[in-house]
Write a protein that binds this ligand. Structure first.
Ligand SMILES: [Cu+2]
Length: 109
């Protein structure tokens, strides 16, 4: 293998690695504390993982009735649960125990 070919191969390999890194799903953490979500809005991409953490001293719940992104999880203090979002759109997340707790998620393609 010539030196030039080896260099080209190394660059192509690096490019493939970078594409893989950029395409990989991201992780987000949303904390429930003082009866509120740590963010009220968030923008993520399809396939990203969002971990909901109950860092409060009371029970919480996270649920979504948005079609295709439904979930309903009771969270005792200290519990964390990860949800993946498989399709684009607006997902409204609430706590059934504390209806004032609301979060709007924009899931982009
Ligand atoms: Cu709650």
């Amino acid at each position: 293998m010539t030196r030039l070919r080896a260099a080209a191969l190394a660059i192509m390999t690096l490019g493939a690695v970078l594409v893989h890194v950029y395409a990989a799903a991201a992780d987000f953490t949303i904390i429930q504390k003082n009866r509120a979500f740590s963010v009220r809005q968030i923008v993520i991409k399809v396939g990203d993982r969002v971990t909901f953490v109950n860092d409060d001293s009371v029970n919480h719940n996270v649920f979504s009735e948005t079609k295709g992104s439904e979930f309903d999880i009771l969270q005792r203090p200290g519990r964390s649960d990860t949800v993946r979002f498989p399709q684009p759109g607006t997902v409204e997340v609430q706590c059934a125990i504390h209806p004032v707790m609301r979060l709007v998620m924009q899931v982009r393609q």
